[in-house]
Design a protein around this ligand. Structure first.
Ligand SMILES: Nc1nc2c(ncn2[C@@H]2O[C@H](COP(=O)(O)OP(=O)(O)OP(=O)(O)O)[C@@H](O)[C@H]2O)c(=O)[nH]1
Ligand SMILES: [Mg+2]
Length: 182
């Protein structure tokens, strides 16, 4: 049914089962489980840990095509940054650790984004709710299995949804997000 509905269902599932820490990651091996111990440990002093391609030390698989790189750069560094004013460098990151408290604060059932722009809406909400966010560098490997779901409709949703997110959630006010990178 799409990324957004799947993640919201998964988050509820974990919260109902008393999880203290909830991890989201792609299952095509773009996100290495090697990072998990470090991420979980840093959740002691942060509420959200983001596995980031775009902080110092972060890296993209050189097998990425020029187009794919350009699209990701445009989405993160231009479109999302200008319209939403996010502090996180990797706004479309799908590798995140959430503390229970963080996910309990965010009204998950109000999230509308369903394609990969879901990650952007969650990042925006995390900042709007003033969560303590830490971005840690990762190496993002190209998918090892499966097929991409990055279709034209999903890209189009991402483009206009960012505007809609700003319009719908911009009024939440500017709580001072504390975004650090290491
Ligand atoms: N449960 C569920 N998971 C999904 C759905 N769509 C995407 N995912 C997950 O989200 C991850 C990211 O989607 P991808 O299609 O790989 O997007 P991407 O990593 O940006 O694109 P590629 O680099 O081409 O793989 C996937 O690895 C899946 O684990 C969905 O409809 N349901
Ligand atoms: Mg993938």
């Amino acid at each position: 049914m799409g990324l957004g509905t799947a993640y919201v269902a998964g988050f509820h599932w974990a919260l109902e089962r008393d999880a203290a820490c909830i991890i989201q990651m792609d299952t095509d091996f773009s996100h290495s489980p090697d990072y998990l111990p470090q991420f979980i440990q840093r959740l002691n002093d942060h509420e959200v840990v983001v596995g980031s391609r775009y902080v110092r030390g972060g890296k993209l698989d050189p097998r990425w095509s020029g187009w794919r790189y350009l699209l990701s750069w445009w989405a993160n560094s231009v479109w999302v940054r200008v319209i939403l004013g996010l502090q996180v460098r990797d706004a479309t990151a799908g590798f995140k650790c959430w503390s229970r408290r963080a996910l309990e604060q965010i009204p998950l059932d109000n999230i509308i984004s369903n394609g990969y722009v879901f990650q952007v809406e969650m990042a925006y909400l995390a900042e709007k709710y003033g969560l303590r966010i830490l971005e840690l560098p990762i190496y993002f490997e190209d998918r090892r299995i499966g097929k991409s779901k990055m279709s034209v409709p999903i890209k189009l949703e991402a483009a206009w949804r960012v505007l809609e997110i700003r319009w719908r959630l911009g009024a939440l006010g500017n709580t001072s997000a504390r975004v650090e990178s290491a």
